[in-house]
Design a protein around this ligand. Structure first.
Ligand code: SF4
Length: 250
């Protein structure tokens, strides 16, 4: 059986999804879902496109899964403002992957998805909803931003016959992993409808000290850690002291 197809039988069960749709506060342990899937691969390596938002978030995600998949990291983040900051984060992640490969003997590939700031503005539809500019992180603006970047990664993975796609966006406690995984689920459904073998790998990389581990590895490898999420709105919120009310628990 194809690895990704085999995996789809292990992923989030209908019962778990039903429980969650009836009780929105019910939590699915997406890290456990991922670990179960990895165990189900029984050592066979599937290809995986990992959408990466930045170097620091990639560190712990790669530590966690790079032994189990043939990974291509996909840096696609036209949300980042200004362009000089985009270049800085891009260069950092390329350097980090190169150093990691050198230190561990792994063969992780890294790709850049391109930058057009207008694509981001269109994706979050800021002209129709100008109030989104003032939201704290983890609201609707961020949901649209996750969707925009994950959709592009999904399309790239589909065109290039990957078995799985995933994202580092579940590493940060300032991002809403439930929203990220729900977007992944809908893209996964779309893949099934289109007859693709591609599957979404659910995750919650912050679990089991993932976020703290990202800080440690970033220090170890000298990876630059930015102090705002990325878009122009997060840059100005940071300056104004507007923060998400409830970062996710580690
Ligand atoms: S705060 Fe971060 S996730 Fe939210 S819209 Fe801005 S760049 Fe995207």
């Amino acid at each position: 059986m194809n690895l990704a197809r085999q995996a789809s039988e292990i992923q989030v069960s209908e019962a778990e999804r039903k429980k969650k749709s009836q009780n929105r506060s019910a939590k699915i342990n997406y890290n456990a879902v991922m670990e179960k899937l990895i165990a189900g691969l029984e050592g066979k390596k599937a290809s995986l496109l990992l959408h990466a938002c930045c170097g620091p978030c990639s560190t712990a995600c790669l530590e966690k899964i790079s032994l189990f998949f043939e990974i291509s990291v996909y840096f696609y983040n036209p949300n980042i403002y200004p362009f000089e900051e985009y270049e800085k984060r891009r260069d950092e992640i390329f350097k980090f992957v190169e150093k990691l490969n050198f230190a561990t003997g792994r063969e992780i590939r890294i790709l850049e998805g391109g930058y057009d700031k207008d694509d981001y503005d269109r994706a979050i539809r800021i002209e129709e909803c100008p109030e989104l500019a003032f939201e704290a992180e983890r609201g609707e603006r961020c949901r649209r931003c996750y969707e925009f970047r994950m959709k592009k990664a999904f399309e790239y993975a589909a065109e290039n016959n990957f078995d799985f796609f995933a994202t580092t966006l579940t590493l940060s406690p300032y991002k809403d992993s439930d929203k990220v995984n729900e977007i992944g689920r809908l893209l996964d459904e779309q893949a099934v409808k289109n007859g693709l073998e591609l599957r979404y790998l659910y995750s919650d990389f912050k679990k089991k000290n993932g976020y703290l581990r990202s800080i440690e590895i970033s220090k170890e490898y000298g990876v630059y850690r930015q102090d705002y999420c990325g878009c122009v709105y997060s840059l100005s919120s940071n300056a104004a002291g507007i923060v998400a009310e409830r970062p996710q628990r580690l």
